[in-house]
Design a protein around this ligand. Sequence first.
Ligand code: RIB
Ligand code: CA
Length: 313
Amino acid sequence: MSTNRRMKLFIDTDPGVDDALAILMALAEPRAEVLGLGIGAGNVGLAHTVRNALKLLEVAGRTVPVFPGCAGPLVHPSADAGYVHGRDGFGDTGMAPPQARAHDEHAALALLRLSHEHAGELDLVALGPLTNLALALRLDPSLPQRIRRLVVMGGAVTGHGNITTAAEFNIAYDPEAAHIVLSAWPAYDLADWEAVMRHGLDRAAVEGWLGASTPVAAYFAAISRFNRDGSFDRRRTRWLCADALAMALALEPESALFMETRALSVATEPGIYRGATLVDWERRGGQAERARILMQYDQDRFEARVRQALGAP
Ligand code: RIB
Ligand code: CA
């Protein structure tokens, strides 16, 4: 993709702290027009994720339509990740609620409508469970034909999960939805949890960026404190910010240094593998290779995008 091409984005998200940074990255990109935020349950319940999206946009001084989506997984209930993001999903800071209201249109219907209005031009970025996208697909199986690119944050491509031994949160929260989406889309770019672990952000550097004298930096410092204290790599030196890496891949694919394309399937059966993303690395099965898996991203470019989002030099 040329670096000066304008982009039209629809972001499906469950804000959550790393979702917030990813959304700020998109808003900070002058070439990107964010046509809407589709909101799902995941990190925390839908009432919180909708409120968080509205508050983030208010702090950023931006007007982007917010469309509430599904309040839970398609089939089986799942636990949220409030213990990672705070009970309200944004660090339980007790800040005043947003003034703006969400739209009445369901996220799945908004996505379908916008896919027709911007047919062939819309980049879809999925930063949470894939429930809204699965519902949209069930309503209109032709949706992928009108989407220019799908970028997904999710999965653990060699079984190093973050919510169970083998599964990553977004997929494990709604495995049936993930199966529907990832088996229907002809091709998609994937930033999985293991890529996130390879691209952690230095703790001291992040704290320096959060000192930038901008409203979004101050706000993000406040809402992310709880998450930053809890979401580190094993050495506790690097902050793992999953959705931010996926958004860098979406905004600047040319800085992906190494991708692998393989067949990927989602385990939906009950048991210890439920929600796992099984990748045919040896190409034994002959299935369609739909997943373009991020193996290495330019770390300097990733960090430059994060700094840009916060208004940090
Ligand atoms: O596993 C990380 C993913 O789960 C991120 O999208 C985070 O926001 C949570 O939704
Ligand atoms: Ca998320």
